[in-house]
Design a protein around this ligand. Structure first.
Ligand SMILES: NC(=O)c1ccc[n+]([C@@H]2O[C@H](COP(=O)([O-])OP(=O)(O)OC[C@H]3O[C@@H](n4cnc5c(N)ncnc54)[C@H](OP(=O)(O)O)[C@@H]3O)[C@@H](O)[C@H]2O)c1
Length: 165
């Protein structure tokens, strides 16, 4: 069975998104996301896919979950459920990355082996999409120092969690 990783940037109150876009835009986080997911299949909800300015992300199998059986776009495969998406992705990879958004993380966290989170210390009170509560069920196994993004002033760190047994 493939290892399932959820990767997300989350605020102190689990903030993820606002008005269909990201709440935090940190250049180093974008690089970290690209480096971590490159070469692995990525699974996402249809709304997250539609938030990408240039469509499918290169160098990765893009698997989009939607209930719309006619949905199609260049460079993607579609799946009608999370299970179907995981089955598709498992056929070619040992490691699957689930990249959002809120609806997909909420369902997928029960299936995940690992969380890779960019934890941002600054709250975003008008976020409308949240990451599921994770701190009680997951153990922090690795983290970087907290640093300040020079462009935005946001303070953040990269953290890895494994499920608590
Ligand atoms: N901070 C981060 O790291 C991060 C990462 C990703 C996204 N985001 C943000 O999160 C927000 C989007 O999240 P969201 O919760 O609104 O939407 P989403 O999870 O990206 O997509 C939801 C859509 O996915 C499909 N879907 C989800 N679960 C399904 C299931 N079990 N079976 C079949 N289809 C399913 C449905 O598509 P259909 O309606 O087509 O049926 C549903 O409307 C945006 O603001 C985005 O920027 C943040």
């Amino acid at each position: 069975m493939s290892r399932i990783t959820l990767i997300a940037a989350v605020g102190p109150n689990l903030e993820l998104g606002r008005d269909g876009g990201l709440v935090y835009n940190i250049k180093a986080d974008m690089r970290h996301f690209k480096d971590t997911t490159m070469g692995h299949p990525i699974i996402m909800g249809r709304k997250t896919f539609e938030s990408f300015p240039k469509g499918a992300l290169p160098g990765r199998r893009n698997i989009v979950i939607t209930r719309n059986r006619d949905y199609t776009a260049p460079g993607i495969e579609t799946a009608a459920s999370l299970d179907e998406a995981i089955t598709l992705a498992s056929s070619t990879a040992d490691e699957i990355m689930i990249i959002g958004g809120g609806a997909v993380y909420a369902e997928a966290i029960a299936r995940a082996d690992r969380l890779i989170l960019t934890e941002v210390d600054d709250p975003c009170p008008d976020a409308d999409t949240l990451f599921p509560e994770y701190r009680a069920d997951w153990t922090l196994t690795d983290t970087t120092e907290t640093v300040t993004d020079p462009a935005t002033g946001l303070r953040y760190r990269f953290a890895t969690y494994q499920r608590r047994h």
